[in-house]
Design a protein around this ligand. Structure first.
Ligand SMILES: [Zn+2]
Length: 393
């Protein structure tokens, strides 16, 4: 076989500018506020940047740059003016923050921007967007009011700030694409703020079956799991005959690889096992449709390509297909045993080992609940006979 040059930063071997950019750029954010930049108006982003860099023209900043004058908060006239005092600790702004915290049902009182934004981290996506916009815009409104007091001698008015802030929150509720959790707490917050509800899309329920292989064909269900992406991976393969009987189970530990690579490794492991056992008619069923698509279109990732080229012609019949984890749970159980194995260490079991508590039944329909096509839940739905599920539906 001829040597071939490969670009190792893509799963296929070809070079892309995007992959080169991903390699050379720093992927970790350098500042804590990077994650709060999403869904913000550019004006609010600039203000957040100024607060976080502490470059607002507050009196403490002027004094640090060599200006010498007595400092006094223009709002309360009691303490010296610093950014933290002006935005969070001043006696005139504390009631506004308390009102906002009550509206969002948040406990605790923040004393800086990081704390304020962090209070919303556990909220639903929709409420989180509203909270972030509210925090940043409230700080900006306080700053503008302070400037009006200093330069235009306008009296500080809490109610004006509240009205403007509610208008901004309403604007954000129209712009955001995220949905709320369908909980009473979220509904109470929405009712207090007077914004529209944004319910989660209704879940869609899809079904799948574990189908028996053809006569004398061996079906190998394979699965992988990783602890993180990339993370320590483990593989599990279960082999069954055309009658549904379990021939054996193989588990294997892998090093630190990404999820897609782990799925491809699981398929390769199933193929290797089939060759070792002398099975000629083989059906591989995996959980990853992307990995299966790569194998079926002969675009196997370059790490496995040499091995694949050497092995795939050894079968008289080979088909590779994908299914959901809900219809592939015995292989998933096998992967859990693989977590005790070190990298490339493997264990083979004849028949059904004790850790495989359930195997797929060809007469049972398995269900997956899909929300926004992103999340799937199993659990209570798993393995319901089709007649019962129809009653449910
Ligand atoms: Zn003050």
């Amino acid at each position: 076989m001829l040597d071939k040059r490969v670009w190792r930063h893509t799963t296929q071997d070809y070079f892309t500018v995007k992959s080169a950019f991903e390699v050379i750029r720093s992927t970790k954010p350098k500042v804590w506020w990077a994650k709060y930049y999403k869904c913000l108006h550019p004006k609010a982003r600039v203000f957040l940047w100024r607060v976080c860099h502490n470059v607002l023209v507050t009196e403490d900043n002027l004094r640090r740059r060599g200006f010498s004058f007595p400092s006094r908060c223009p709002l309360c006239l009691l303490e010296s003016e610093t950014a933290n005092h002006l935005f969070w600790d001043c006696a005139l702004v504390v009631p506004i923050w308390q009102w906002l915290l009550d509206s969002f049902m948040v406990h605790g009182y923040p004393h800086c921007m990081q704390e304020s934004l962090g209070l919303g981290d556990n909220m639903s996506m929709y409420i989180k967007d509203l909270w972030r916009a509210a925090v940043i815009n409230l700080s900006q409104l306080i700053w503008l009011s302070r400037n009006a007091v200093v330069f235009n001698e306008v009296k500080f008015n809490r109610n004006t700030i509240k009205v403007k802030l509610l208008a901004v929150i309403k604007e954000t509720s129209v712009m955001t694409q995220n949905s709320m959790n369908n909980t009473v707490a979220d509904l109470q917050i929405i009712s207090k703020l007077g914004v529209a509800t944004r319910a989660r899309p209704a879940p869609s329920i899809k079904s799948c079956r574990w189908i028996l292989p053809w006569y004398e064909e061996i079906k190998l269900n394979c699965c992988s799991s990783t602890m993180g992406n990339p993370g320590k991976a483990r593989l599990g393969v279960i082999a069954r005959t055309h009658t549904g009987a379990v021939l054996g189970v193989r588990t294997k530990g892998k090093g630190i690889i990404n999820r897609f690579d782990a799925e491809c490794s699981a398929i390769m492991e199933a193929l290797s096992w089939a060759i070792e056992m002398g099975w000629k008619k083989v059906w591989i069923e995996a959980s990853s449709s992307a990995a299966v698509m790569n194998f079926n279109s002969n675009e196997v990732p370059w790490k496995h390509r040499t091995k694949w080229v050497g092995m795939h012609y050894k079968f008289t019949a080979l088909r590779i297909s994908s299914t959901w984890k809900e219809g592939n749970f015995s292989a998933d159980q096998a992967t859990k045993i693989g977590s005790y194995l070190s990298s490339n260490e493997r264990e083979d079991f004849v028949g059904t080992p004790l850790f495989i508590t359930r195997i797929e039944d060809p007469l049972v329909e398995y269900f997956s609940i899909l929300i926004c096509n992103l999340f799937s839940f199993s659990g209570g739905w798993l393995g319901l006979p089709s007649c019962v599920s129809l009653l449910w539906l």
